[in-house]
Every structure is written in structure tokens, then in C-alpha cells.
Design a protein. Structure first.
Length: 277
């Protein structure tokens, strides 16, 4: 069984751990077949090949454990999404491993597949968060209400954006560790207002409105020490005509929404280059 899993943008502005957007590319391709042994082979980007350390194989093993099935497997991974990019690399591998094994066993239970995939995500970031796994599985723009029981709202807005990825990695685990347990009430209220308005703008296909609602007061302010280039690149994008700019996941990738995406992307790249990235 072979599956192709797309990159995703988690958080998507003010929707920390709730909003997610599925991208067309890049993608991870994962192939699995049952075997008497457990073996993992990885091409492209370098990630662990040890079955107990590889995110995709951990997810596949988790599904087998949940189902009470004892079996080995051979897994081939073509890693198209760069690790530490902020584009859901670990989420894609986690979902790919669980989904390929599920399809091989003729399992269609989404909640079961997600449960197994979350175990792969857990070893990557230290927490079983689903804001990359969910949009990768459902497609479009997703709102994750609950993982157990699984409650997901999906929208399919007509949305084009530009994503710029600098040559630097940020650990998702580290990016989550710097977040506070509590935030000021005023910041929480501002994010609720932004997130609610953004959903309405997406529903109405108001691209400009979506762009203008990408601010965040829950995560990005506390991650600034890890992303010192953020303000400079954001300013360059806005001056280049972007309606709005934000961080993709925990970064370092950033994305912008606007009309002249090529020009906006060029301005962002130039700003990154000035920072030496």
C-alpha cells in the first residue's frame, strides 16, 4: 500500500492547535507491506530508520497494537517535507504510517487512524496534537473541535498563498516548550475575536479579510526569540502587497496571502537573505 500525504499549515494565524490548512505540496510518500520483520528505509531528507524512533513506523506499530495484530512490515519513506520546517513534516509521516497500514488491513475508521498517528506525533513533539494530522487527512481548511470523540469541521475556501522556507530548522518540541501555561485574558479575547472573524471571512471567500485576520497573541509573541526574523519578513511582505502574513506552524516557514504572490514571495525571500537565512 502506498499513500501520499501533503504538507500542512497548523495554527493558521490565531487558531493555535485548532486551525489547519492542507497544502498541495510538498508531500511525503509512504509505502508499506506486511513482512516477517520490521524494516524502515528512508530517502530524501534524513530521519531515523530505527522502527522505534521513526515517526511513521511508530504510528504503524501503534495501529497494529490497538488492533491486537502481531506482524512485521517493510516500510519505504520518500521524505518530501523537510523536518523542522513548520510545514507538518512529523504530522505527515505520522499520518502516512498509520494510514498506509490501515488501508493495507482494510481499516477505514478515521478515529482509529488518527489515534495511531497521534502516537507518532507524540514522539516528535512531546505532545499528541492533531492540528497537522487533521488537515492532512481531511483536506481543505479544518477546525479541530475535539480528538476524542473526533469532531472536525471542514471548509474548502478558494485560497492561494505563498510559503517561504528559510534554510534553518526549528524543533517543534522546543517551540512548544517556550509557550506559557497561562496568557493574559485580553490576549485570549483578542484571539477569539480574530479566529471567529477569520472563519466567517473564509466562508465568504473574502481573501483580503482572511489576510487581515492572521495576527496571533497566544503563541507567536512567545516564540519571537526562536524566530528573530519574523517582524522583518512580515514587514517586507506587507510592503510587497500582502494582505496578511503569519508563521506556518512553529516555523521557520512563513506564509502570506495577497494578489501578486510572486512579488510578495520575492520580497520575503530578500528579507530572509538579509538576515543570513
Amino acid at each position: 500500500m502506498k499513500v501520499s500525504v501533503p504538507a500542512t499549515i497548523a495554527n493558521f494565524g490565531p487558531g493555535f492547535d485548532v486551525f489547519g490548512l492542507c497544502l498541495e505540496k510538498p508531500r511525503d510518500v509512504i509505502e508499506v507491506e506486511l513482512s516477517g520483520e520490521i524494516r524502515v528505509e528512508v530517502k530524501a531528507y534524513s530521519v531515523p530508520e530505527e522502527p522505534e524512533k521513526n515517526i511513521a513506523s511508530v504510528s504503524a506499530l501503534s495501529l497494529l497494537k490497538i488492533l491486537g495484530i502481531e506482524s512485521g512490515f517493510k516500510m519505504k519513506i520518500k521524505k518530501g517535507i523537510r523536518p523542522g520546517s513548520g510545514l507538518g513534516s512529523s504530522g505527515a509521516s505520522a499520518l502516512g504510517g498509520a494510514l498506509a497500514m490501515a488501508k493495507l488491513l482494510d481499516i477505514d475508521d478515521r478515529e482509529l487512524i488518527i489515534k495511531a498517528a497521534l502516537e507518532g506525533e507524540r514522539i516528535a513533539s512531546g505532545e499528541a496534537h492533531g492540528d497537522n494530522i487533521i488537515p492532512a487527512l481531511f483536506g481543505g481548511f479544518t477546525i479541530l473541535k475535539s480528538l476524542s470523540p473526533l469532531e472536525v469541521f471542514k471548509m474548502s475556501p478558494k485560497l492561494k498563498l505563498v510559503v517561504v522556507l528559510p534554510d534553518v530548522e526549528i524543533s517543534t518540541r522546543r517551540a512548544r516548550q517556550v509557550l506559557p501555561k497561562y496568557v493574559p485574558l485580553s490576549d485570549a479575547v483578542r484571539n477569539i475575536a480574530l479566529a471567529s472573524s477569520l472563519v466567517l471571512a473564509l466562508k465568504e471567500n473574502d481573501v483580503k479579510g482572511v489576510g487581515q485576520l492572521l495576527d496571533d497573541h497566544l503563541a507567536i509573541p512567545y516564540r519571537k526569540p526562536l524566530i528573530p526574523w519574523f517582524d522583518k519578513v512580515r514587514k517586507a511582505a506587507l510592503e510587497g502587497g500582502a494582505y496578511g502574513v503569519s508563521l506556518s506552524g512553529s516555523g521557520p516557514a512563513m506564509f502570506a496571502i495577497g494578489e501578486n504572490l510572486k512579488d510578495i514571495g520575492k520580497a520575503m525571500v530578500e528579507a530572509f537573505e538579509e538576515e543570513g537565512d
